[in-house]
Design a protein around this ligand. Structure first.
Ligand code: 4AD
Ligand code: MG
Length: 444
């Protein structure tokens, strides 16, 4: 029989065996209070000198943090709190750990990042990584339950999807240059024409030169793509999807949210409908708040431009100012075409507008989703590929989707780590992925 800490409530009054590690231990006279962890959770033990053998008592004294141990004891419930304890009967030492570099005291972030392979054992990282898993599982469940087919996209690609400035290149045998995928979208579009509603979900890569609290060079993206969906259908789906994921995290990861001291009330407010503002309306918000565009001069100094000029993309401070007065994600739609990717469809009512949508998370978490209706007209798309100086040859297969039964279609991409960062209310995105890759970090 195997017992796990997260299921311990069902064994109150019974003897169980926990196979795990010692996280911490406190002694108080003839009592010791070891904290065990087994990967599914943390639990306090009570060792009473008069209840255990001399050997067990002495063995407990030898234990160091992260020693691997097998403990036998009776499960009891805390009289007041929703917590369980183990009244320890027996101890088997598997290994006495060397002095563990990460103690329950505070450590500097670079030190912790260097020890990421050990840092993930601590309660906070445990909580974040379990919430990450819940977000992934609920994304997949949502997609499956709503008729989407998983359609994996390749990682090696011959061309850019999201601009040529953030490509990671690599030699590909005799076939020349390949790049690590920035987005599976173009392939998802082919999938949507074959299977109706599809999604991909996998790692994507961007050689982001920016060292910010929300950029990774390797991150996971979920990208649904739907045939016969316009921008409004796309926004309805985004809204429904986000409400579902947040609901699942609240329902299944309450303990982990508590470990992180996450303000639950703020997450409970994530209900339909979400505010929708056009880019033009977002500019009004910025200008009413007098938030300028910051532009770097060639000499490196900064210039503040007021009012914020039409056509520029938003930075973190603009996104924060836009969502400030809302307690839900804000959908910013209808963007200046010049600020957006080549594949976005133009608004039939205004050729300068792209039918794109960015979702800005509340509490200053910024853009968590980018999406759009796609250009479905062959001539328009060809023109756009040329304007963006993309290699037309490489896009012939993508253009085929506009040659053979082209239909209006839309999709979006959700940055998993940005979403998890928001759920967990983190300072920095690096904690949301087991082994983060950033401009200055490749190890461990
Ligand atoms: O807005 P982006 O660049 O959109 C696309 O890639 C589209 N092809 C998606 C689509 O329509 N199928 O990226 C989508 C999301 C962003 O909103 C953000 O959440 C995340 O991916 N993202 C990053 N996350 C972490 N680190 C980075 N460097 C990121 N770049 C984008
Ligand atoms: Mg974007």
């Amino acid at each position: 029989m195997r017992y796990y800490i997260d299921k311990i409530a069902q064994y109150v009054g019974q003897e169980v065996t926990i196979k795990g590690w010692l996280y911490n231990i406190r002694t108080s006279g003839k009592l010791m209070f070891p904290q065990f962890r087994d990967g599914t959770g943390f639990i306090q033990g009570v060792v009473s000198q008069k209840e255990v053998s001399e050997k067990v008592w002495e063995d407990f004294k030898k234990l160091t943090q992260e020693s691997s141990i097998i403990v036998k004891g009776i499960v009891s419930k805390h009289p007041k709190k929703d917590e369980y304890e183990i009244q320890v009967k027996d101890l088997e030492i598997v290994q006495i750990a060397e002095p563990f570099p990460i103690t329950p005291k505070e450590h500097g972030i670079e030190f912790l990042a260097d020890k990421r392979h050990l840092w993930i054992r601590t309660p906070r990282q445990f909580a974040i990584l379990r919430i990450r898993e819940e977000v992934i599982k609920s994304c997949r469940d949502y997609m499956y339950d709503n008729g989407f087919v998983l359609f994996d996209s390749p990682i090696f690609t011959p061309n850019a999807c999201e601009g040529t400035s953030t490509l990671f290149g690599t030699e590909y045998f005799d076939l020349g240059q390949a790049y690590l995928s920035q987005s599976g979208q173009l392939y998802s579009e082919a999938g949507a024409m074959a299977l109706g509603k599809v999604y991909d979900f996998g790692p994507t890569f961007r050689a982001e030169k920016s060292k910010t609290r929300r950029h990774l060079t390797e991150f996971w993206m979920l990208e649904p793509e739907m045939a016969y969906y316009d921008l409004d259908d796309n926004m309805d789906l985004i809204e429904d999807f986000i409400v579902y994921i947040v609901g699942r995290v609240l329902k299944n990861r309450r303990k982990e949210l508590d470990i992180l001291e996450r303000d639950i009330i703020k997450l409970e407010k994530i209900q339909k409908p979400f505010p929708r503002v056009t880019y033009a309306e977002a500019l009004e918000i910025l200008n009413n708040k007098n938030v300028p565009l910051i532009r770097k001069r060639p000499d490196g100094s900064e210039e503040e431009i007021r009012p914020f000029p039409w056509g520029e993309d938003f930075g973190a401070r603009h996104e924060e100012a836009i969502v400030e007065d809302f307690d839900k994600p804000v959908l910013v739609h209808r963007w200046p075409a010049e600020a957006k990717a080549f594949y976005m469809k133009r608004d039939p009512k205004d050729y300068n507008i792209a039918l794109g949508v960015d979702v800005l998370a509340p509490e200053g978490y910024g853009e968590i989703i980018g999406g759009s209706q796609r250009e479905d007209n062959f001539d328009e798309l060809m023109k756009r590929i040329k304007e963006h100086e993309l290699p037309v040859e490489e896009f012939q297969w993508y253009l085929d989707l506009r040659r053979f039964g082209s239909v209006p279609h839309s999709g979006f991409g959700m940055g998993l780590e940005r979403f998890v960062s928001w759920m967990c209310s983190l300072e920095h995105i690096r904690e949301t992925i087991p082994f983060p890759r950033m401009i200055y970090r490749l190890r461990p």
